[in-house]
Design a protein around this ligand. Sequence first.
Ligand code: DQA
Length: 136
Amino acid sequence: MKLLFINGVNLNLTGKRETGVYGSKTLDEINKAIAAHFASDECEFYQSNCEGDICTKLQNAVCDGIILNAGAFTHYSYAIRDAIAAINIPVVEVHMSNVHAREEFRHNSVLSEVCRGVILGFGENSYILAGDSFKL
Ligand code: DQA
């Protein structure tokens, strides 16, 4: 199975920003742990701070499932929402933090409606739980 893990805006700072919320592991360290968990699968990791680049990545994706943490884009990017709706690959929305226990603006996702499901609040394990969902 080929899984594509996409991280959006500011996720490149994971391990350095708001470590009380997102933990102290870097994105690279998290991706290595994910790759180890999915050792028998093919994993691709992509991160961008640019909304359009994430849309292009979604449009060009060739894989069985996409795990997407769009960061703050989650809360307002109709462009990413439309890109998800345009492709025929299932997408699982992921958040490391429990966004519902945080500021009000984080409670709404414009992506959830076009995603297969949502996993949130389990730190770096949110990515693994989301990837595992493609095996059910
Ligand atoms: C996040 C939650 C978002 O609200 C925030 O903007 C992020 C990270 C998470 O993984 O918990 O950048 O998606």
